[in-house]
Design a binder for this molecule. Structure first.
Ligand code: NCD
Ligand code: ZN
Length: 345
């Protein structure tokens, strides 16, 4: 049995670091494990300009613990009226790494999102031409579509036509949760990839609803039935370069989760790499862990892999019930349970 594993320093290709006090509270968790992270731009107001992204990047750097070796990769939030020239300027100057598409009202802070992606022709033409990745929250928002079907319907109605019309556009389908998403990505060209969260490899929808409502297992896209979890998990550990690590860690203060209308989002950042390691270990796939965590993402984005390594050891790692205090008190994923891997300092 393998009891120690050393891999190249990994990256998180999808994380919400928030702003203000929450940013101060959570940034260190991500920086401890990851060399880089794709920083989600769904602040209020969202990050839609080069200047706003630079200022946010500066706030993130200021929130890091002393000596942290971490690079935030900034993302432009797409709106209906966004200017393609601003996007190109941000990308060519190295401020924007990608653009994020939130269908309007799909999830937290997405009120400014896009109402019809096909109206963004100028933006999509530009992104395809300059090789800038489009990161997609792939859910339709129509009230008549069941929440458990929203990803599959998005793939059929929006993503498939988008890929047909922009065959060279680099697309990451974020935080996939369904067998349909796995099939779509596997059946597409090398310019189509997906991120996978730890929770979508571990929980199905029972974890939200059986034995009482468990708000800390609620995120969007919502966890689906077991056959989908198995498909996503299999894809993640498969060794395919199309799938890579993206935690979608999304902290909300405890009172906003344990609430009559609780926010979507799972805060998995503190133990993310240990959680993924546990999954790969359970699947007998530790030999493929480095590809998923540290190699496939940089290859897709056209970036070098990180210098340096991290080491995980097989040892009990109890997860506290809560982290932080007051307005930054958050319940971590796996709260009160024990993970079987520990990241060495
Ligand atoms: C995210 C958040 O809270 O910002 N929530 C979530 O459930 N994943 C938004 C998102 O990425 O959907
Ligand atoms: Zn997210």
């Amino acid at each position: 049995m393998t009891d120690t594993i050393t891999i190249r320093r990994p990256d998180d290709w999808h994380v919400h670091l928030r702003d203000g006090a929450m940013l101060q509270a959570v940034a260190g968790y991500t920086a401890r494990q990851f060399g880089r992270a794709i920083i989600m731009p769904n602040l209020t107001p969202p990050v839609t300009t080069v200047a706003a992204a630079q200022a946010y990047r500066d706030r993130i750097m200021a929130a890091l613990p002393a000596g942290a070796d971490f690079t935030p990769l900034m993302v432009c939030y797409l709106t209906d009226g966004i200017d393609p020239a601003e996007i190109e300027r941000g990308f060519t100057s190295g401020v924007f790494t990608a653009c994020k598409l939130y269908p309007a009202h799909a999830t937290t802070n997405s009120a400014h999102g896009v109402t019809d992606i096909m109206k963004l022709t100028g933006v999509l033409d530009t992104m395809q031409r300059i090789g800038m990745p489009l990161l997609i929250h792939g859910e339709v928002t129509d009230g008549d579509v069941d929440i458990f079907d929203r990803e599959a319907v998005f793939i059929e109605r929006t993503l498939a036509p988008l890929v047909r019309d922009y065959p060279a556009l680099k697309i990451v389908l974020e935080h996939i949760t369904t067998a349909e998403a796995v099939d779509f990505v596997e059946g597409s060209g090398p310019n189509i990839a997906a991120t996978i969260t730890p929770q979508h490899m571990i929980i199905n929808r029972n974890a939200i609803l059986v034995g009482g409502i468990r708000p800390h297992n609620y995120c969007l896209p919502i966890a689906k039935r077991e056959k989908h979890r198995l498909a996503v998990r299999k894809a993640g550990v498969s060794g395919s370069p199309k799938f890579f690590l993206g935690t979608d860690s999304a902290p909300h203060e405890i009172g906003r989760k344990e609430n009559a209308c609780g926010c979507a989002g799972i805060f998995n950042a503190p133990y993310a790499i240990e959680t993924y390691a546990q999954v790969f270990d359970e699947e007998g796939a530790l030999d493929r862990f480095e590809g998923f965590a540290s190699l496939n993402g940089p290859a897709f984005y056209g970036l070098p892999v990180n210098e340096g390594t991290i080491t995980l050891t097989r040892s009990d790692n109890p997860v506290p019930a809560t982290l932080g205090e007051g307005e930054t008190c958050v319940v971590p994923y796996f709260a009160g349970e024990t993970l079987r891997w520990t990241l060495a300092d």
